[in-house]
Write a protein of this length. Structure first.
Length: 363
């Protein structure tokens, strides 16, 4: 660990940078600009709350990832959620209720969380949870969706609550997207992107980055197509091998260096788009940000996990607060170990480390 690295300052600057870029991207949209100006002030209050906890020796991450359902209407090839049993057509354990999520969002607001990524499964299948999230306007909720379930009622909910930001999964052109997500998916999701653009809703796209599609999905042609559809945010999410034999698709050091260089150029161009890389270049964050360093994952049944790609937990938020979960034996031991900071091949520092993680669980 680098003793000179200030994690709290790094995360606060990251939040401020995203909000600044979002404001720049929404200048022609008065409704969005008004919300983002209000949210920027809320972000300063959240940073102050995190700083108060830091003075007491407790680090609060600015991000959470919440998988709010295990159900999905699609069966995408290489889906990490299905591979890790986050997503399952059969409900094998009780999910957190709408009331549970209402409590957790309130706790997140109180301790200074600024972003809560809603995932699944397909999060638009849990409207009640989205309605609870919408009430917390001091938190921005990117909703990672396959983009196929945008009913008129759902679009109205998003239009009325600008802290809900749909992030639509897209893999490239029609052939590439339908090959992974099913025939007809591209046509449906792009039609829904058009509807959001017409409403003036801030939304983005999520692209799974592999060794095979890096050049395509970072090309001017592809990004211009997203811009035409109305997307203002692009998340590049590194592929983590969900299926045996696909390890070659996971980005390595060379691909991450190429992506970093390309993102620098895109951001410098100030083209009205926000570009986010996840998990990002870990050399700038002193290692992986999982296990509460920068974020942690809540699975649909309440398990507090280091990240979505490492489905190991020793604490359940059905009966535990966010603050207590951050001090779970697993998270505490993992943050003190070198697992989050060591060099690794592929996209995830914790991928394939389930045995080591299980040994850290419990008393």
């Amino acid at each position: 660990m680098n003793p000179e690295f200030d994690l709290d300052q790094y995360l606060t600057q990251g939040v401020e940078s995203i909000v600044k870029d979002a404001l720049a991207a929404s200048l022609k949209n008065p409704k969005e600009t008004a919300f983002l100006l209000s949210y920027a002030l809320a972000g300063k209050r959240a940073a102050a709350a995190r700083q108060r906890f830091a003075q007491e020796g407790k680090h609060i991450p600015s991000f959470l990832i919440a998988s709010i359902t295990n159900r999905c209407n699609l069966h995408c090839a290489g889906c990490y959620a299905r591979a890790n049993s986050i997503c399952d057509d059969a409900e094998t354990a009780p999910l957190l209720t709408d009331e549970d999520w209402t409590r957790l969002f309130a706790e997140a607001s109180e301790i200074g969380v600024s972003f809560c990524l809603l995932a699944g499964g397909e999060p638009m299948m849990r409207r009640g949870v989205l309605e609870s999230a919408a009430k917390h306007r001091d938190i921005l909720f990117p909703v990672f969706t396959n983009g196929t379930l945008l009913s008129e009622n759902m679009l109205a909910l998003i239009d009325q609550n600008r802290n809900l930001v749909p992030i639509v999964s897209i893999e490239g052109d029609e052939g590439q997207t339908d090959a992974r997500r099913g025939a007809g998916t591209y046509a449906k999701l792009t039609a829904n992107m058009d509807r959001m653009r017409e409403k003036g809703v801030l939304f983005g796209a999520s692209v799974t980055l592999t060794t095979e599609n890096l050049a395509i999905v970072t090309s001017d042609a592809f990004l211009n197509r997203l811009r035409t559809l109305g997307a203002k945010v692009v998340f590049f999410v590194d592929y983590v091998p969900a299926d045996a034999g696909t390890e070659r698709l996971a980005p390595g050091d060379a691909e991450r260096a190429l992506l970093s260089s390309r993102l620098d150029a895109l951001r410098a161009a100030q083209d009205g788009m926000i570009y986010v890389s996840f998990p990002g270049d870990e050399q700038f964050s002193d290692g992986c940000l999982a296990a509460g360093r920068g974020f942690f994952h809540i699975n649909p049944t309440g398990g507090a996990e280091p990240c979505p790609f490492s489905p190991v937990s020793d604490t359940n938020l059905k009966h535990t607060s966010l603050l207590d979960a951050l001090d779970s034996p697993l998270f505490t031991r993992l943050r003190a170990s070198e697992l989050l900071r060591g060099h690794h091949n592929g996209a995830c520092a914790l991928f394939g480390k389930d045995d080591e993680l299980a040994a850290m669980c419990g008393n």
